[in-house]
Each structure stands twice: as structure tokens, then as C-alpha cells.
Design a protein around this ligand. Sequence first.
Ligand SMILES: Nc1ncnc2c1ncn2[C@@H]1O[C@H](COP(=O)(O)OP(=O)(O)O)[C@@H](O)[C@H]1O
Ligand SMILES: [Mg+2]
Length: 364
Amino acid sequence: MKIELTAIEKSFGSLQALKALHLTIPSSSFVSLLGPSGCGKTTLLRIIAGLEEADSGTIMMNDTTIYSSEKHIQVPPQKRGIGMVFQDFALWPHMTVYENVAYSLKATGKRKALRDKVKTALKNVQLESYSKRYPHQLSGGQQQRVAIARAIANDPAVILMDEPLSALDATLRDDMRILLQSLVKQLKMTAIYVTHDQNEAMAMSDHVVVMNSGEILQQGAPEDIYHYPCSKEVASFIGKGTIWDGLMIHKGEQPYVKIDTDFLIQLAKQEKYKSLGGECTMVIRPEHVRLSQVSFHHAQIGEVETVSFLGERYEVTLQIGKNKRRLFAYSSERLTPGQAIYFTIMSDSIHFINQIGGLSHETA
Ligand SMILES: Nc1ncnc2c1ncn2[C@@H]1O[C@H](COP(=O)(O)OP(=O)(O)O)[C@@H](O)[C@H]1O
Ligand SMILES: [Mg+2]
């Protein structure tokens, strides 16, 4: 089911929660809405579900208009064929697992084959043997699985999930993430997943929509957003990285970015840099920094500031030059804070962001 939002606006009093938002969600895709708390993610989800009415705009599901301010169309939630999972599970405490899942089916008036549907839904979340229990007899993870079963029981074409894993502890979150991903693909649903956790968004989605202050800052495949962020804001929100302002200069054929008087970064001699110069902003991901304890060709020197063990590698911050510029890098061995370290930055992998949000990766 394709979902298309056109110029969706929503205000609460003087607060503009969504600002003329345009978004297309392809059929059977897994799309994440990613952004800090208060940026309008829940509001957008509730508007798609029909639990909240927008002030203006249009929402289409395939060729059907489910909301239009102009045409005064507002299809009620239960007629939209959408399942929803909330952060706080929202189960009925006085109902068993079975009754909780069956409840949503009764609400849509489909009594026929109800028992089978509930059974299938519980089987899909591996809770078949828990149908007689009450929510308080279940762990947090099991409760959230009941909520998922309830959302999928009626075979919705679309499932909306509002930070469904944020109340769970880290290990459980990983298990549930995999369960959700495989369930969405298996049932061929279109999924919209709200999170403020960039790792979750990057890991689960086909498409990530980065939001702030009721606006979409950037959207695309997780890899594109990670490698080619369009602004400092997106770059700092997605993944680890170093963001530096500098001055692009040329010494003969050789382009550089001057970060400080004592710190220049040599760029690859590429055609695209020839016509560029002046102020620029660059993003350097830690995996594009090479470290060595001994000097090597073109290496510059810095000082190890912090070392964090991440299991498969160490995350290191370096300080460079008289202004102690901080650079993120990875190391396969444990380094010692305060020690000297040689580094180069893989110049092909530097991503430039124009100060005015301009230079895309094609032109930079
Ligand atoms: N029912 C409401 N009444 C007034 N303000 C609201 C209401 N719902 C949300 N808001 C405000 O709208 C903004 C967006 O909220 P929300 O969509 O919940 O953000 P998010 O889910 O991204 O954290 C916030 O500033 C929030 O306080
Ligand atoms: Mg929210």
C-alpha cells in the first residue's frame, strides 16, 4: 500500500507541529521517521492513522483519498486498514492476551474466523501458549509482542509503530527488532516506524526520513543519509563523525582544506575540486581515518584523547594542532590517551556540505 502525504500541516495553538509536509511511502517499504523528541513524529503517525486530524493537506492510500481538508474527507481510523503499535504497549489490563488481540477485530466488526485470526497473530509473535495470561503475568517484551499481534491480527496493509522498542532493555530490543523486520516482510506490510534512535532507524529501514521542528530535513536510503548528509544538522544526528568548517585552497594543482594555520587536509586531485574554493564544511566518518603508531607516507600527527572499547574495535578521539581539533577514528588495538599517533584521512571519502546546505555529492 503506497501512502502519499501532500502539504500536511498541523498546529497546536501557536505551535506549528508539522509544516507543509510532503512524503511518499512506497508500497511494502519499511520507512523510519527519525528525529529528536518533539519534532512531530507522533503527530504525523497519528494523522496517518486518523487518530488526529490535520489542519490542511491530503493523504492518499494507493488511489483512495483518506484525508483531504479541501474535500472534507476524513476516513475514520478503523476504515483505513492500518495497525498501530505504541511505545507503552497500551494493553487492557483486565483482558487476557487472547481478548486483547481479539478486541481490535471485534471493533472492526469482523467476528467471522476471529479465533483463527487471533491464533495466527499470536503464532506470528511466538506467543501461542500465552493466550490465557493477563498482561501483568508477562514480561515487557512479551507485552509488546501482544501489542504487535493485536496490530497485525486484522491483516492490515499498513503498520504504524511509535517507538515500540524504547521501553525494552538493549538485548530484548535487538531480538524484537529482528522479529519486527521479518514480520513486516513476511506479511508484506508497508511499515512506518517512529524512533529517535538513529541506529535503530539505520538498521531496520529501506528508507529513513530525518525530521526536526515539524519539517523533513532529508530522506533517502540509510547509506545515502549516512554518507551524504545534506546539512550539519543531519550529519551530527546520523552516525559518528567529525564535522569541520574550513577553507578550500589550491596550491598549484593540489587542493587542500585549511582547518587551522597549522592543520591542512590534502584532498584527492580531482577535477571536481578545480572550480571550488573558499568556505566549506566537511564530514569525515571514523572508518575513513587511518591510524598508525609509526609514521607513514603523508601521515600527520595528533594526540590520542579518549579510547572506548566497542567489542569489535576501539573508538578513538584524537586532538590535532594548536586548536586541538577533535577527530573521530577507529582502531583495532588499544591506544593510550596522551600518546602521539599518526593519521591520514581518506580524501576520496570526505563529504562536503556547503555552508548554505548546497553542494551535493555530485557537485562537491
Ligand atoms: N495534543 C497536543 N496538544 C498540544 N501540543 C501537542 C499535542 N501533541 C503534540 N504536541 C506538541 O507538538 C510537538 C510535536 O509533538 P510529537 O509529535 O509528540 O513529537 P515527537 O513524537 O517527535 O516527540 C511537540 O512540541 C508537542 O509538545
Ligand atoms: Mg513521540
